[in-house]
Design a protein around this ligand. Structure first.
Ligand SMILES: [Mn+2]
Length: 299
């Protein structure tokens, strides 16, 4: 049910009354994608995105004036968040034994929560590799992530080559990775893990693999996290497995000049000329491919 007002629509979603403000506001000037367009995208992918968000705390990058304007990274649930969106107060660095500040994180359970966030211009959603339990306990990760970032003079083709190298190395440890083009410059590789290892131990394990591959392919790969080191190479960023870190959630929009999505891909696509995907493309692929994340055991 939708009623219209000047600059606002009221929708009832999942039994919650949602006020969507400024639907015509342009969020991506390069293509003209509006806030309504963002809401339509998130509605179209909800069936595959919600399983990625389920029981994970979500940090947001908000673009109140669209991608050309100021953006801010938000961890805490804003005070005005409706109480039907769950939230958990958790250490910013759980499971590390370090004193860290407490964060009141939201968890998105349904389309209503997703659209409430979209209405906040939270274009980008980021999640950690661990779940939160029903009372706010932090579980061991059920997946690992390896972020491939191209340095200066390197691009997606170079990331593709390194993705194959990393995936093959992971099979030696019985891990099967799926590539996700990040919607930015690189590729995220995800692999399911059995939940018996802590985030910190996975963090160290992935760091070891990154260093090993950088040693074996020094012309192509660097395992040192930093902007300068990666020039002319692909950086294997292992650090996003740290329990304090999060990664762009598969199927989230990215806040780039033109709208793109963090999108799961077939290995057969991982060849020269690979491109990042637009939201339209991701939605049309869903009808053909279904949920590649689920197929990879990642939901
Ligand atoms: Mn990256």
């Amino acid at each position: 049910m939708t009623t219209s007002d000047v600059g606002t629509t009221i929708q009832t979603v999942d039994g919650h009354r949602l006020k969507l403000s400024n639907p015509d506001k342009v969020m991506y000037p390069e293509t003209g994608l509006s806030k309504q367009g963002v809401i339509d995208y998130y509605t179209a992918v909800a069936d595959v995105l919600l399983p990625q968000l389920r029981d994970r705390v979500v940090t947001r990058i908000r673009y109140p004036d669209g991608v050309g304007g100021e953006r801010f990274f938000e961890k805490n649930a804003p005070w005005y968040m409706p109480d039907w969106i769950r939230h958990f107060t958790i250490s910013a660095s759980p499971g590390t034994g370090k004193a860290a500040k407490q964060v009141r994180y939201p968890v998105i359970d349904d389309l209503a929560g997703l659209l409430w966030m979209a209405n906040q211009a939270a274009l980008e959603l980021h999640t950690p590799q661990w779940h939160v339990g029903p009372r706010g306990g932090v579980r061991n990760p059920d997946r690992l992530v390896i972020d491939l970032d191209p340095g200066e003079d390197r691009g997606l083709d170079d990331c593709v080559r390194v993705a194959h190298i990393v995936a093959e190395r992971l099979t030696e440890d019985g891990l099967r990775a799926i590539p996700v083009t990040s919607g930015s410059k690189g590729i995220h590789l995800y692999a399911p893990v059995d939940g018996r290892r802590t985030a910190l131990s996975i963090h160290v394990f992935v760091q070891k693999i990154a260093r090993e591959l950088a040693g074996r392919y020094p012309e192509q790969i660097v395992a040192v996290i930093g902007k300068d080191e990666r020039a002319g190479k692909v950086m294997i960023d292992w650090s996003q497995n740290h329990p304090a870190r999060s990664t762009a959630t598969p199927y989230t929009l990215r806040g780039k000049a033109a709208p793109t999505v963090a999108a799961p891909r077939h290995w057969e696509e991982m060849t020269e000329g690979l491109k990042q995907l637009t939201p339209e493309k991701v939605v049309s692929r869903l009808e053909v491919d279904g949920d590649l994340m689920a197929e990879a055991g990642l939901r």
